[in-house]
Design a protein around this ligand. Structure first.
Ligand code: IMP
Length: 433
């Protein structure tokens, strides 16, 4: 097993940052393939908290090279900020971060265009992270995006200047008000290139070389399956493919370049932003989960909507991504509950529904059908051996495996690296060898 993809099986915030960080010592390269600084991967190392948005969390390991693929949209200002935070923490990123020359750039006016689009949606906003992610992908697919490669052509009359002039004119039509001048935008890009140039390369060639030389690569997904532009709860999704298909297009690697897929699922479910969420808990029950799980967005600080584990969602994510194993995170958040519910089906009027639907209005009318399992009193926080878990917690995990359709190879029992159970002879244990 040389090359493994790790991605979220719910609506993001499953705790991927910690799991990637934990597995990283077994890999020489960690590569991000989609999304942008809308993601927030929180990692605790020796009690110190790092929140990474764009740079793969592998950067916290000094002998690992990190790659940002062409499928990622990059806000250079956000990137520089993150690199400064890492430098202040004494983490040397020099020569360890590569960016695809085909990656698209988020420009400051993308946020303004996003604000207009959200306002136009009136009663049905997406509830985006307001980072300009969607409009940047729109420019990419509208074939007017600015890529890293384009910054190599900087003369005033060149293609870069022409593209910016055209794009700023479009922005001025959409946003209205005081028109934006294209020249300062061009100047920013020219300035940013000074810092970006040493990082930018053809990452497809690089990753191919690593693989041929027997190096181990970990592909890190952002957001989650249910926020995928194709397979998520469209239109209440992010603008990229966080599912496994995104690895191939977002990094320029071939079909044989993934030989393991690990799905991260939280022991309950959360979602930030708008859109259907069949197991959402309102009132005290939802507030209690939010408080004990500290469920506030790592990027925006927004309170996350909380609810029980949804096996209809999990089964769907297992199918779409071919998860061979699951990492179950935040089990300890359920400590002390007298009972725990797991949704196994939905009811739509008098019909039972077992497969996740493409129709968000239909999903909004679905009621979850729960199985109720006994909770546990004994704390699981910090437990590192499966056999040391309370019986009810072990039964809960066995039940999750049964209803989700994939084995749980890893259980996270707290924020720190060490607060983890890796199950013997699981696929995860093999990936860690
Ligand atoms: P956007 O990615 O900013 O366009 O936001 C689209 C939707 O995806 C919104 O509901 C966001 O809250 C959600 N979203 C984007 N990134 C993340 C993430 O990293 N975790 C959880 N939700 C996210």
């Amino acid at each position: 097993m040389g090359v493994t993809a790790i991605l979220g099986g719910q609506w993001g915030d499953e705790g991927k940052g910690k799991i990637v960080d934990l597995l990283t010592p077994s890999f020489s390269v960690v590569a991000r393939y989609q999304g942008g600084h809308n993601a927030g991967h929180t990692v605790f190392v020796n009690g110190r908290k790092f929140v990474l948005h764009l740079v793969p969390s592998g950067i916290l390991h000094s002998d690992v090279t990190c790659v940002i693929g062409n499928g990622v949209v990059i806000d250079p200002v956000a990137l520089f900020k993150e690199l400064e935070v890492l430098a202040d923490a004494g983490i040397d990123t020099h020569g360890r971060l590569l960016i695809s020359d085909r990656a698209h750039i988020i420009l400051p006016y993308h946020r303004e265009i996003e604000a207009v689009a959200e306002a136009d949606r009136k009663d049905r906003p997406i509830g985006t992270t307001s980072r300009g992610i969607g409009p940047s992908y729109e420019d990419k697919y509208g074939r007017r995006g600015i890529r890293m490669q384009d910054l190599r052509n900087q003369e005033p009359d060149d293609v870069l200047a022409l593209s910016i002039k055209e794009n700023v004119a479009t922005r001025n039509r959409i946003v209205g008000g005081e028109p934006l001048d294209w020249q300062p935008v061009h100047k920013d890009l020219v300035d940013w290139w000074q810092r970006l140039e040493p990082l930018v390369t053809d990452v497809s060639v690089y990753l191919d070389g690593v693989r041929r030389a027997g190096g181990r690569v970990l592909y890190e997904g952002a957001q989650g399956t249910m926020l995928d532009i194709d397979h998520g709860t469209y239109p209440f999704v992010s603008a990229s493919n966080g599912t496994v298909g995104g690895v191939f297009t977002g990094l320029g690697v071939g079909a044989k370049a993934v030989d393991g897929v690990l799905g991260i699922v939280k022991a309950y479910t959360t979602r930030v932003g708008e859109g259907p969420f069949p197991t959402e808990l309102s009132g005290n029950a939802g507030d209690a989960l939010r408080d004990s799980g500290q469920e506030y967005g790592a990027s925006t600080g927004r309170p996350r909507r909380c609810g029980w584990y949804d096996a209809v969602v999990a089964k769907y994510a297992v199918r779409i991504n071919g998860f061979e194993a699951l990492a179950l995170t935040k089990l300890d958040v359920l400590d002390g509950l007298s009972e725990i519910k797991v949704c196994t089906k939905y009811r739509h009027h008098d019909r039972l529904v077992e497969e996740f639907s493409s129709d968000v209005s239909f999903l909004e009318q679905c009621e979850p059908i729960y199985d109720t399992l006994p909770g546990w009193d004994q704390p699981t926080a910090g437990v590192t051996r499966f056999d040391d878990l309370p019986v009810a917690a072990r039964n809960y995990i066995a039940y999750i495996e049964k209803v989700s359709g994939a084995p749980v190879g890893l259980v996270s029992t707290g924020a720190d690296r060490d607060m983890t159970i890796v199950r013997e002879s699981s696929l995860v244990a093999k990936w860690l060898e």
